[in-house]
Design a protein around this ligand. Sequence first.
Ligand code: SAH
Ligand code: SF4
Ligand code: F3S
Length: 441
Amino acid sequence: MHKYYWITTYGCQMNVHESEKIAGILRARGYEQAEREEDADIVVFNTCCIRENAENHAYGNIGALKKLKKSRPSMLIAVGGCMTQQAGAAEKLRKKFPFVDIVFGTHNLSVLGELLDKKAGSKKAVVDIWDKEGEADTEDISFRTSYPNAWVNIMYGCNNFCSYCIVPYVRGRERSRESGAIVREVNALLDEGYKEITLLGQNVNSYGNDRGECSFPQLLHKICERDGKYRLRFMTSNPKDFGEELVRAIAEHEQICNLVHLPVQAGSDRILRLMNRKYTAKEYLQKVELLRKYVPDCQLTSDIMVGFPTETEEDFQATLELVKEARFATAFTFVYSRRSGTVAADMEGQIPEEVQKERIMRLVELVNAQTRELSAAYRGKTVEILCEDFDQKRGLYLGRDEYGRMGYFRSDTDRIGEFVKLNISQTSGVSLEGELTQEKE
Ligand code: SAH
Ligand code: SF4
Ligand code: F3S
């Protein structure tokens, strides 16, 4: 009998990559990817709890499986990820959805196989959440699905405790992987034909602090000893630890994309202090300047939040000002969401929803205008794209440039995994369209 799996992923890139690890574990046990959820012998929900809507989304989809589970009781339902790792969440989940078979957390993902065995011998649900961080290095079990890009964790956890954020509570303290293991993994991926590596961590700039063996800039140097044509990306950088040594590394190595994702969160110093971000707007802008000094053609993206407790119109105006001054190419924008257990959840002065909504609309408008302006500047230029997919609907290949901008083009031959050059003829909000140049790579 064929065994099929279906995984639904909700969170950040790290969470996406962990779904690749879950897929790896299931494949090692003889499971294959199902075409549809309805055909699956096991459905895994890899959840996120960064904002309330991420949780609601997961709850909604788990609830929607109740009927299917009734008609096919042998189908297993497993729920893992950040949501289950919150205090009391596993019990709440079991109460709400008694038909769920397995509940696991972020720290014990590597033992999912053992949990499956346990479930096979028992009628009862298997709930296993660890309080302590798991030690196992789970990288080599991944079944990757993002060719020509590969995600590589360089560290787990977060020590920063930004006052709004649940991540340190559900991911534990920072644990860096050994640099040699990371370099070996990157080299093996490049040997396999991957063309782009994205290093992952909640704050990659503090990589190595817990080991004292190798800093983040040193890790980049070690990886870039490998010659050849490939792209190296990393996320996320925390401005408080972003410094000259890293900027020099970006400038020095051709392979490192000249794009930095540097979440600012807010432009008001009072709000930044309440957020426990440990930098001021001025210090942030000085880091941007430093980056532009060493890497003049660099682009910057960010994460920005509105409606944090006590945020006034004046504070919000400071955020808009900073978006303009930093000239973000684009940014992820969020409405503050109250996360139980965090410091900000108990702050006075929570902002009404209408005010939050009105502010996010103004922020999105500004960010989009900056993105459009930058896109328009691409017209008539030649850009290098790493082709990653084919869009059936439009009949066009697509891929990203160094700055993460999506470019579409026509080709008679399969270009996936190739670097191609495009003459850009059209631009829309965030995407580009162009013709292949004649020159060969
Ligand atoms: N470690 C990264 C990002 C982690 S989460 C960093 O520090 O930048 C990604 C983004 O989600 C954050 O940058 C923040 O903008 C947003 N976010 C985190 N907690 C949130 C909350 N409670 N409400 C709304 N947005 C939040
Ligand atoms: Fe959350 Fe701050 Fe850690 Fe990022 S650095 S994961 S925002 S606590
Ligand atoms: Fe979500 Fe956990 Fe990532 S809360 S954003 S999946 S670290």
